[in-house]
Ligand binder design. Structure first.
Ligand SMILES: C[S@@+](CC[C@H](N)C(=O)[O-])C[C@H]1O[C@@H](n2cnc3c(N)ncnc32)[C@H](O)[C@@H]1O
Length: 274
C-alpha cells in the first residue's frame, strides 16, 4: 500500500478536481456533521497569539465559512478573504457573511499578493494537499513580516480503526492517506517561518455503528478519494466483513474513530533570514 512516508509518489493524494467536486457536493450537508471540525477550529482560534490584530486575514480552505464568521467576530475591523478550492463551498458561504471576499484558489498556489496579509488561518484543509512544502512557501510569500500562519491538519494514524478493519477484509486502500507527523515537523522546520507551536493531539469520536461513521465521512465530503480505491459498490459480504472487523475496536461509548490532529502556529520573521 502506498504511504505518505514514502518519497513523493505521483498521484499519492486524490486529484484536486475530485477534492473540489466532492466538497462542493457536500456543502449542504457539511454543517450538520462537522462536530470535530468545530472543536478543532475553535481550539486553533484559542491558540492565536493574544497580541495579534490583523488588518487583513485569510481563511484558507474556508468550507462553509464557519470560521470566517468567527474570525470576523474576533477581528471586526479587519478585512477577511475566504479561499477554497471548491466553488460550491464558497457559494454556500457567501450568503452568510464573515469574509469580505470569497475567492476560488488552491493552498499550493494562493491567488493573493506578496506580503499582503497578517494572518492565515486554515483548519482541516491542508491534509488534502500533496505538497505541504508548497503550502508553507505560499504562506511565507503572502504573509507580511511578523504575520502568522495558524493551521490544523491530520497526520498518520487518523482513522486507523477503519483502515485496519478494511485491511482485514480485502487489503485495499479505503481510507485517505495522511502524512506522518515527522514530515510536518521537517517541513515546518525548513520553511523559513518561526515555529512557535507544533503538536499533535488525538480526538476520538464514537459511533453506534460503522454505517454512521461512513455516512458522516460522505456528508463531510471526506470519504475515500485515494487513487487505487476500490471501484464500484461495496459488496454486501465485504461490508459484513468490515462490520465484523471493526467490532474488535468497540468501547463502552461505541465504535471509536481516531483523528490525529496537528496544530501549528508559525510566524514569518520580521526581517528576511532572521
Ligand atoms: C474539512 S473542510 C474544512 C472547512 C473549514 N475550514 C472548517 O473547519 O469548517 C476542508 C475544506 O478545504 C478545502 N480544500 C481542500 N483542498 C484545498 C486546497 N488545495 N486549497 C484550498 N482549499 C482546499 C475543501 O474544499 C473544503 O472546503
Amino acid at each position: 500500500m502506498t504511504d505518505l512516508s514514502l518519497p513523493a509518489v505521483p498521484g499519492a493524494l486524490p486529484d484536486k478536481r475530485q477534492v473540489a467536486a466532492s466538497f462542493s457536493r457536500a456543502a449542504a450537508s457539511y454543517d450538520s456533521v462537522a462536530a470535530l471540525q468545530r472543536a478543532v477550529g475553535n481550539a486553533l482560534l484559542e491558540q492565536l497569539p493574544g497580541h495579534l490584530e490583523p488588518h487583513r486575514w485569510v481563511d484558507l480552505g474556508s468550507g462553509t465559512g464557519y470560521f470566517s464568521r468567527a474570525l470576523h467576530r474576533r477581528f471586526p475591523q479587519a478585512a477577511g478573504v475566504a479561499v477554497d478550492i471548491a466553488e460550491g463551498m464558497l457559494q454556500h458561504a457567501r450568503s452568510q457573511g464573515g469574509a469580505h471576499a470569497h475567492v476560488v484558489g488552491d493552498a499550493e498556489r494562493l491567488p493573493l499578493q506578496d506580503s499582503s496579509v497578517e494572518l492565515i488561518f486554515t483548519s482541516l484543509a491542508v491534509q488534502w494537499c500533496s505538497d505541504f512544502g508548497a503550502v508553507l512557501d505560499e504562506a511565507k510569500r503572502v504573509l507580511q513580516p511578523g504575520g502568522v500562519l495558524a493551521f490544523t491538519s491530520l497526520c498518520a494514524g487518523t482513522l486507523h480503526e477503519l483502515r485496519e478493519s478494511w485491511q482485514a477484509v480485502d487489503g485495499m486502500v479505503h481510507v485517505n492517506r495522511f502524512r506522518p507527523m515527522q514530515e510536518y515537523q521537517r517541513l515546518c522546520a525548513a520553511s523559513g517561518l518561526h515555529v512557535q507551536a507544533l503538536e499533535v493531539r488525538p480526538h476520538v469520536l464514537h459511533y453506534s455503528d460503522v454505517r454512521s461513521l461512513t455516512h458522516e465521512l460522505k456528508a463531510l465530503g471526506a470519504h475515500n478519494l485515494n487513487p487505487g480505491r476500490p471501484a464500484g459498490l461495496t459488496g454486501r459480504e465485504r461490508m459484513q466483513g468490515l462490520l465484523r472487523a471493526y467490532e474488535q475496536f468497540r468501547q463502552s461509548q461505541g465504535l471509536p474513530a481516531t483523528y490525529q490532529v496537528v496544530y501549528g502556529i508559525l510566524q514569518k520573521p520580521l526581517m528576511e533570514g532572521k
